[in-house]
Design a protein around this ligand. Sequence first.
Ligand SMILES: [Cu+2]
Length: 134
Amino acid sequence: MSGGGVPSAGSVYGRRRVLAWIAAAPIATLLTSSLAGCAEAKPVPVPSDTGAEPAVTVRVVDNHYVPAEVEIAHGQAVRWVFEGPSKHDVVAADGSFVSELLPEGEYVHVFDEAGEFPYDCSIHPEMTGVVRVG
Ligand SMILES: [Cu+2]
């Protein structure tokens, strides 16, 4: 007698292939999502509050925010002055203020809510700053 209830070698092989694929799927998903993280686009720029009178000015000079930490009262504005020659930007971790990449010029943002607002430069992750709003 041949066959009967004994599975053929082919079907055992097939089942192993499926199990291997299931085990590999989460790894593939992780790889895909970490790659997507690298390619993550910067948040949409938030227009500069150009008319506002700034309470403090932060210089954006290669490759630092000076000073990196500023403290203001709520309702006040911070002005970032880009001094070049490289392009930089100001990108809030929460997306509440986001400038264009600028070689020079300025960006102003009015902070209406109290809190701590960390930010960085989208092309120089080592450039970090924080605005503390009392
Ligand atoms: Cu930069």
